[in-house]
Design a protein around this ligand. Structure first.
Ligand code: LLP
Length: 427
């Protein structure tokens, strides 16, 4: 019923995650609620480890910044791609080894460069200007920063335009034709030691050929760098592997990705006589399918379509609104009932775009039902906001047959936090 999602099943009408009834969870912890399977999370990492036994796998923290989940990923041997000082603090707290962290970002603050140097993590420079800033910062600190270069490979991958990052028109990276020159500059600068190349061509990519194309370009550049006397210790091919959000789509596995890019990498290294560490930075394919997002039906309204109004919308799951993304919807307390009618599931936010799912054929929906949105673990909670006076919801981890709270829900105090009303306005 749930395809390859072995952690999900229906029993006596209810949806279960690793054997735990999600309708009970909604009762115990309230809704909305994010619920993650620990087992599935660990299995997803293992798929990468099996496919890429010699590589270091970094988790893209932007996909999910929950500390308990990061802790599990650290236990599984993952490092991290961080994109800000905030994300660096998180992975430090999660106990990830600093030697397995890459500090990314196309517009880093000077304080962030300092923090990265101080922490001793590697930095991916996104421009020549940033390289110069880093050289100044590290020299002043009497340190030498290990720096990789974000390559813009000019590779086109089919995905939503807002999450394609490898096109020459994208804001990310150094145009590939300029990489060798920037590398040469870095070799002569104080305070930095160039150690390799990095790229990331986009997200939710469902074919492996663009990854192969990008890898080939990266190996070509590595060859030119070695040719001019540079050293290559790491090659980071980014994240981007898509998942099957809808039952009709198929997604490549980490093993498929390995079959595509490992030969390009290995042959390239052999030809050049180098042996850099291969790095990958998956986010979505590690965490998306581990997590359900549970909402409760407030109201069913029969209008020109059948609207199901639930207790959370794009404030807590922004992907449908932002990218017209599909998330499969299941009525969790009628999980094995026959689909009967078409519904459009909408949130409580005061915008017409606040639609979680459109035209879905579901069992008859009534007030009080629990709707589970599937595959919500990546870019779900991490992109949540408190827009429209909606506090963020709790998160729960299911492992070993029990459920534990891993983030408390916010209450209305979140709207007061940090606010200052000048006394002159309090008359
Ligand atoms: N590395 C870098 C440098 C990245 O920018 C990203 C994602 C990743 C790795 C991880 O990519 P993944 O394996 O998750 O595809 N909010 C959007 C996705 C934005 C992706 C941003 N960069 C969404 O919900 O689809």
């Amino acid at each position: 019923m749930f395809g390859t999602k072995e952690h999900l099943r229906a029993q006596e009408g209810h949806l279960l995650i690793d054997g735990v009834d999600v309708v009970d969870l909604a009762g115990e912890f309230g809704t909305p609620l994010y619920v993650t399977s620990e087992k599935r999370l660990r299995e997803n990492v293992r798929l990468y480890r099996e496919a890429f036994p010699e590589s270091w796998i970094y988790f893209a923290v932007k996909a999910n910044g929950n500390l308990a989940l990061l802790r599990i990923l650290a236990e599984e041997g993952m490092g991290a791609d961080v994109f800000s000082a905030g994300e660096l603090s998180l992975v430090r707290m999660a106990g990830m080894p600093m030697e397995k962290v890459l500090f990314n970002g196309n517009s880093k603050r000077i304080e962030e460069l300092k923090m990265a140097v101080e922490a001793g993590v590697r930095i991916s420079a996104d421009s020549r200007d940033e390289l110069l800033a880093l050289s100044e910062v590290a020299s002043e600190m009497g340190q030498e920063a290990e720096v990789a270069f974000r390559v813009n490979p000019d590779v086109s991958a089919t995905t939503h335009p807002k999450i394609a990052t490898g096109l020459k028109t994208s804001k990310f990276g150094i145009p590939w034709r300029e990489i060798v020159e920037v590398y040469r500059t870095a070799m002569s600068l104080e305070g930095v030691r160039p150690i390799g190349l990095h790229c990331h061509i986009g997200s939710q990519i469902l074919e492996t050929s663009p990854f192969e194309e990008a890898a080939a370009r990266m190996m070509e550049l590595a060859g030119e760098i070695v040719g001019m006397g540079g050293e290559i210790e790491m090659m980071d091919f980014g994240g981007g592997l898509g998942i099957a959000y809808s039952p009709e789509t198929q997604a490549p596995t980490p093993a498929d990705l390995a079959a595509g890019i490992l030969p390009v990498f290995k042959d390239g290294c052999q030809k050049l006589g180098i042996s850099p560490r291969m790095i990958l930075e998956p986010g979505r394919s590690i965490v998306a399918d581990t997590t359900l997002f549970l909402t409760r039906v407030n109201v069913v309204k029969r209008a020109h379509v059948n609207f199901v109004g639930v207790d959370a919308g794009f404030n807590l799951l922004a992907r449908p609104m932002l990218y017209d993304a599909y998330h499969h919807a299941v009525v969790a307390n009628k999980a094995d009932h026959k689909p009967e009618e078409k519904y459009t599931i909408v949130g409580p936010i005061c915008e017409s775009g606040d639609v979680l799912a459109k035209d879905r054929t579901l069992p008859k929906v009534e007030r009080g039902d629990i709707v589970a949105m599937l595959d919500a673990g990546a870019y779900g909670f991490s992109m949540a906001s408190v827009y429209n006076g909606q506090p963020r919801c709790p998160e729960v981890l299911v492992g070993g047959g029990r459920a534990e709270l891993i983030r408390r829900g916010e209450d209305r105090s979140v709207f007061l936090a940090g606010q200052i009303v000048p006394p002159r306005l309090l008359k």
